[in-house]
Design a protein around this ligand. Structure first.
Ligand code: FNR
Length: 364
């Protein structure tokens, strides 16, 4: 089990200078603007999902096994700290704190994009601090624009157990300095997956993945995706706030919710045949269980945990993760599910806009 710990607040990384280049400032902006979004977490599409209560099923809390297999690893908890940051002094500190909590609570963790360190080795300590703090499961993180050799280097940098490749097309489009050529992404994703010797997850960053996208990734040889949908951190809002010349407000509500992504890819007439992780807008343990019930292998959490770390420090985040672990176990018992797999047998209503959209996508 997970025990909340007395953790100290991290000291600044020794010998890490303050960088003032554009990339480091961007990383600090992302954290600041994401924190603003998570001060108040409102309703989202997870609220359109409701479990049907069955009052008699005979499963005890002590019988519940919350473990999951993800990318060849056995995790005690079905949720993890998803990709966020690194690449500046402040975000190196955040990585240190997140990784310390991940190590102490036994949850998996993903690094933020390592592009900054691949370009400038002086920034490497803001990422390697993750491996100094945890011996647990760690994902490296890159985008499809790096070379296969750089992807191998990103994995080696963190002694990572798996690699996330983020696809953030909508974010790039909204960023004035963003990429504009996406024609090579499919081939690059295939080449990276072939070059690295660890499992690969292709993930979105909060705009979601359609079943067609998941299918295309499967055809490229990808065996795990993280649909990372709408409902939580919104990089449209973040990048619009960073634009100096007017916002790209036409893209204000772009993308699909995490709940809708899971329904389309896993609950429709022709479910995708690869492992699907869920993230985007996960606010509490019930959201985790709902995503697992829709067939997600595990559930990633970014913005919510960042907000808790910011407000309550490492101790507060460790306590929050301990509470989630205990409550997931309780909710599984309430639902009569001894294992995460058995959550697939629960009964879930789909209501509201999510039901209408699922209907339009041909999900029964
Ligand atoms: C992110 N996210 C992200 N994803 C990624 O693959 N590489 C990255 O470098 C980052 N950077 C990043 C910074 C910050 C501050 C946040 C909050 C998030 C996206 C993240 O992994 C996730 O896909 C989305 O944030 C949606 O999940 P939440 O935040 O709603 O739980």
């Amino acid at each position: 089990g997970i025990v909340p710990l007395e953790l100290t607040v991290g000291q600044p990384l020794a010998d890490t200078p303050e960088w003032h280049d554009a990339s480091s400032l961007r990383k600090d902006d992302h954290v600041r603007l994401a924190l603003r979004q998570h001060e108040h977490e409102g309703a989202n599409a997870f609220d359109d999902l409701r479990f049907i209560h069955h009052a008699l099923h005979g499963v005890s809390v002590s019988q519940v096994d919350t473990s999951v297999r993800v990318c060849g690893g056995q995790w005690m908890q079905p949720f993890y700290i998803n990709a966020m940051t690194g690449g500046s002094a402040r975000t190196g500190e955040i990585n240190r704190a997140l990784a310390h909590v991940a190590g102490e609570t036994g949850v998996a963790m993903a690094s933020g994009s390592q592009h900054a360190a691949l370009r400038d080795p002086a920034l490497t300590p803001t990422f390697t601090v993750i491996r100094e703090q945890t011996t647990g499961f760690v994902f490296a993180n890159i985008g499809p624009t790096v070379s296969p050799d750089q992807a191998v280097e990103a994995v080696r940098m963190l002694h990572a157990d798996a690699l996330q490749i983020h696809i953030n097309l909508a974010q790039e489009i909204i960023m004035p300095e963003g990429d504009r050529d996406f024609s090579t992404w499919p081939d690059r994703i295939r080449a990276i997956a072939q070059a690295v010797d660890v499992p690969v997850v292709v993930k979105e960053v909060g705009f979601g993945m359609s079943r067609a996208t998941v299918r295309e990734l499967a055809a490229l040889g990808i065996t795990t995706v993280d649909v990372s949908g709408r409902g939580g951190t919104d990089f449209g809002v973040i990048e619009n706030a960073r634009r100096s010349q007017g916002d790209f407000s036409a893209l204000g509500q772009w993308g699909q919710s995490t709940a809708l992504c899971l329904l389309e890819s896993l609950q429709g007439p022709d479910p995708v045949g690869i492992d699907v992780l869920a993230s985007g807008g996960v606010r509490n343990p019930l959201d985790v269980v709902k995503a697992l019930a829709l067939g997600a292998r595990a559930v990633g959490v970014s913005g919510h945990f960042l907000g808790v770390l910011d407000r309550e420090g490492e101790r507060g985040l460790a306590a929050e993760i301990g509470r989630w672990a205990a409550e997931i176990r309780s909710i599984m018992a309430l639902l009569g599910a001894r294992t995460v797999g058995e959550l697939g047998d629960t009964d879930l209503f789909v209501d509201g806009l999510t039901a209408r959209h699922a209907d339009l996508l041909g999900v029964d």
